[in-house]
Each structure stands twice: as C-alpha cells, then as structure tokens.
Design a protein around this ligand. Sequence first.
Ligand SMILES: [Zn+2]
Length: 313
Amino acid sequence: MSDLEFSRGLHHLVDGCHAWLEPDGSWGWSNAGLVVGSDESLLFDTLFDVPMTRSMVEGMREVTASAPIRTVVNSHSNGDHWFGNQVFPDARIVASSATAQEMQHAGPDLIMSLRDAPGGPGRFAREIFAPFDWSDCSPLRPTETFDGRQVLDVGGVEVHLLELGPAHTAGDSVAWVPSAGVLYTGDLLFIGGTPIIWAGPLRNWVRACDTMLGLEPVHVVPGHGPVTDTSGIRQVRDYLLFVEEEATKRYRAGMSPTEAMHDIALGRFGEWAESGRIAQNVMAVYLELDPSLERPDTREIFARVAALEGYRD
Ligand SMILES: [Zn+2]
C-alpha cells in the first residue's frame, strides 16, 4: 500500500502525475487524476457535481497555470466521474464508445429520481447524496470516443487509454502513464470500499485486474479510496473471485439470489465499507449462470443494496 495520506486535495505522485483525492471514498466521493505535460494537462475524470469540480480546478491551479487542462477523459458512465464535465467547455472530452453510449441513460435525472423513491431506498439515496448539488448540472458528453486502446500525447507525455470493460460498467477505461509507472483505474478499483458489478461479466473484471497487474504500475490511483499499488489490485481480484465462488455454490444448491446474499459470510471483506453491494454482486453472478433470470434495473439494484445497508421500507 502507498503511504500517501488520504486527504482531500491534490497529491503529487511522480513526474507530472498527480491524484486528486476525495475522502472518504464512499458513494459519490470519487478521485480524479492529473497528468501535466510541457504546455498542457489531461484530467482523468471530473467529480460528482459542478461545485466540487470547480473547487478541484481551483486546487489544481498552481500546477495547471502553465499547462491548462485541454483533455478530459471519463473512465466510465457513473455520474461521479463525469457530472462535472461542463466545467471544461473548451476541452476535448474522451471516453470509450461503450461509455459514451451508456451515458445517454445515466444522466443526473436518474440519480435525482433515486432520491424521490419511497421508503428505505429513497431515505438511503437522500442520505448518501445529501452533500451533492445538481441544481446546475447539465454535463457535456464526450467529444471523441475510442474502442480498445488509444495513445494520447499530453505535452510530450504519453498517456495510454485502455478500455478494459465491460466490468464495473459497460465501458470502463484506465489511463496508464508508462514513463511514470502511474495507473489511474477509475472504478475498476475501490480501495477500502466494496466494488459493485453494475455490468459484468465478473470474469472480465478479473481479466481487467490481470491486465492492470501486468503493467506493473508503481502508483495506482483508484476510482474511490486511497492511492495504492499492485496489492490493491490483488485485493479487488480476490474479492471478485470470492463472490463468484460463494454465489455459484449457492446457485447450485438451489438458493435464490436473496437467500444467497444473506447467507454469504463476507469474512475479511465485511470490513470494507458499502458491504451491502454484495446484493448486486451476487445477482451479477446469478445472471451469468442463468441468463433467463430477469435483469433488475438501476432503481431495483439500488433498493436491494439499500436494504442490505439497513434501509428497509
Ligand atoms: Zn465512482
């Protein structure tokens, strides 16, 4: 694990690579990355709302004064990684095609509607989303898309965008800076919190972990939580394989997804925050084993996670 302090703000990693961290890393508190070249910079992900993103830009000012942000990359379609895009009206905004596609159905309206839901799920959404302000949110969509892989030149620094999804969402991408040994992973890594499989398949997320490990990064900036190294990638890989094994065992024993999610003893993974996400992760495995099962939508998934976090009707 990195010994870099997990505090809000800009942290210098090495050779023009920075991390913007937002504790505590729970729902909506996401990190961003900044790669600074000779005369321009690249921002990897914006934050969950416009005021937070503006505040981040202020906090980066000293570093970006002589190297303005000309490129914004969105790692995936969850709002906490792109709802601040409108702060960069003149930048090129890059995402994978799958992410750009998924963004069409993942705008602020969806998140705001979760807060209006009745009962436990609504209370859960109002509580976790209370700190965020979407009153002026109309996020810009990507201006450029890519499939698989794209190499960008950021003022003389090579940044490799690698699309490793579908996993967490349909089109997860990471940014790899080979000259610095820095990897920005988006939500392919949650550190200290529980990963959630919105899209899957689970095995592709495991493969994504293997690809990230194969890069042999020195500094790894997760989508949520403190900066880590390859040990953080291994932990997420271990969790995914644990969920796959435990859920599959219970599927074969004839348990329903609901029975399975309550029956699984999380052990050391139970110490991670947002452990209720096991609800969706078990469902993801069941859907792979039996594609005829009805696929729950975002609202339903959210309600199940809320229930496991103690927010019942
Ligand atoms: Zn996120």
